[in-house]
Ligand binder design. Structure first.
Ligand SMILES: Cc1ncc(COP(=O)(O)O)c(C=O)c1O
Length: 473
């Protein structure tokens, strides 16, 4: 497959021109400046230029949605409703049966579903030990949560998953699984899992926070066994700004339940004695909606669709292949999750590693302060998965627990993560690898120390307040 990708360089060049701030210079420790290399797309992607332009354009028009009679209100209502269709179309969901409830992000979307889900006492949620906390903690307060295991290579233990599903058939009401891990990039076989889940009489939620910008998602027809009942996603991971995201699911399901939040916009009629709720998605979107966020999201999705998710996936697979070869060649790097450069089909371009003998916080700080490279370090809101990948023993965990209780977070277990977007290129990876080589050889100039409260490392003499000179309100 990798040989058949001559367009990949062209694709990153195309997208680089589309990224706001792609040439942004950032200061380095020695007082010089360099163009920022963003290898932290799993956290948030930069925005597309078109998104910024469309946001500027809509600022001149935007007004109340579903409320006003003036032209600007009508147009805003129209744009908001059209944005829903763009989103549903992007994930191959039928607008007749499915709806998107706009939320502020994936976390809110999953919490919302958890808050309204009609669990009965004794009901279970089957999830996995590789989830982001946002697809784990909301379920813990609503049902008994059980976790399918993870194998040593970071993939999901499907045998254990099936065994738990079969053992608890009838009690499991929902399977909540990630579409892709934000730690290892591993992609569980979600359509196969959907089929098994439905066979056992449960529904499935796929946390698509990571999958959304990288793969074509098929919610599919409601009567298909491979149908994804619910998906959740965030706009800020798909080249639009923070503050919008969504929960997609069947209108019929939402219409049968009380809304999670109540207020303006959710009702047909209210008297002092009675409330008649309106239908979904409005039933589930109280208050004035974020029309600008919806327009930004829809613009980003249109742009991705024009290129096609297949081409994007192929390009990112090639980057991942290249990065794994380079990182595997470096002495002094330990990779976590899949190390095999040829295994790029069932994973995203999310790679976690450690530099032997150096704490993750220090490496991340040197990359930022001396290389102008943005990565993530720590446990990436997936503590159980990272502890499992690092084989942290119960004894070690107890010691970390004690320190965390005292708010001493310096040098807790963790990893360094790089994650690619459609605009990254081989030069970005080369820059990272060169900096890692220097770090391994001790060729860096700063003296770094941790801030115990946050766990982050900073070079001696660095003051947060010094950043004010780069931006003022
Ligand atoms: C797999 C996964 N799920 C959920 C989330 C939460 O997304 P948000 O912070 O946008 O709510 C993230 C964020 O990184 C994630 O990677």
């Amino acid at each position: 497959m990798l040989q058949s990708l001559p367009t990949t360089q062209k694709l990153s060049e195309h997208f680089r021109q589309e990224i706001v701030g792609i040439d942004q210079q950032v200061p380095l420790l020695d007082g010089s400046f360099t163009i920022y290399t963003n290898l932290d797309n799993s956290a948030s992607t930069p925005a597309f230029r078109r998104v910024k332009e469309k946001m500027d354009e809509v600022f001149t028009w935007y007004s109340s949605v579903h409320r006003g009679s003036g032209f600007k209100s009508l147009l805003s209502t129209h744009l908001y409703d059209e944005a829903r269709l763009v989103v549903l179309n992007f994930v191959d969901a039928d607008p007749e049966s499915e709806c998107v409830i706009f939320c502020k992000n994936t976390t809110e979307a999953i919490n919302y579903l958890a808050s309204i889900y009609p669990f009965e006492p004794g009901d279970m949620v089957l999830t996995t030990a590789m989830e982001h906390h946002s697809n784990d903690l909301p379920w813990r307060v609503k049902a008994q949560v059980i976790y399918a295991k993870v194998l040593d290579d970071g993939s999901l233990d499907m045998e254990d998953f099936v065994a738990q599903l079969e053992r608890n058939a009838g009690k499991i009401k929902l399977v909540a699984v990630t579409g892709a891990s934000n730690v290892s990039g591993f992609m569980p076989p979600i359509y196969e899992i959907a089929e098994m889940t439905h066979r056992h009489g449960a529904k499935i939620l796929v946390d698509c926070a990571q999958l959304f910008p990288h793969r074509q998602i098929h919610v599919g027809p409601a009567d298909s066994p491979r149908h994804l009942d619910f998906i959740a996603f965030s706009a800020h991971k798909v080249y639009a700004p923070l503050g919008s995201g969504g929960l997609i699911g069947p209108k019929e399901f939402f219409n049968q339940l009380e809304p999670g939040y109540r207020g303006g916009g959710t009702v047909e009629i209210v008297t002092l004695k009675e409330v008649i709720w309106t239908t979904s998605p409005e039933r589930n979107e109280p208050g004035s909606p974020n029309v600008i966020g919806a327009v930004a999201l829809a613009s980003a999705l249109k742009q991705l669709s024009e290129v096609g998710m297949e081409a994007i996936a192929a390009h990112e697979a090639e980057l991942t292949h290249y990065a794994l070869i380079k990182l595997n060649q470096l002495q002094g790097i330990t990779l976590y999750g899949f190390k095999d450069p040829n295994r790029v089909e069932d994973r995203l371009g999310v790679i976690s590693f450690q530099v032997d003998g150096l704490t993750h916080g220090k490496v991340a700080a040197i990359l930022g302060f001396e290389g102008g490279i943005g990565v993530r370090n720590g446990c990436f809101c997936a503590h159980p998965y990272i502890l499992r990948l690092l084989n942290v023993t119960d004894e070690q965990y107890k010691a970390h627990h004690e320190r965390a209780l005292k708010h001493n977070r310096a040098d807790l277990p963790g990893l360094i993560r790089i994650s690619f977007g459609c605009y990254n290129n081989f030069a970005d990876i080369d820059r990272l690898v060169n900096m890692l080589e220097r770090i391994i050889q001790g060729d860096y100039r700063g003296v770094y120390a941790p801030d115990n409260h946050s766990g982050s490392y900073y070079p001696q003499g660095f003051e947060m307040a010094s950043l004010s000179k780069y931006f003022s309100f």
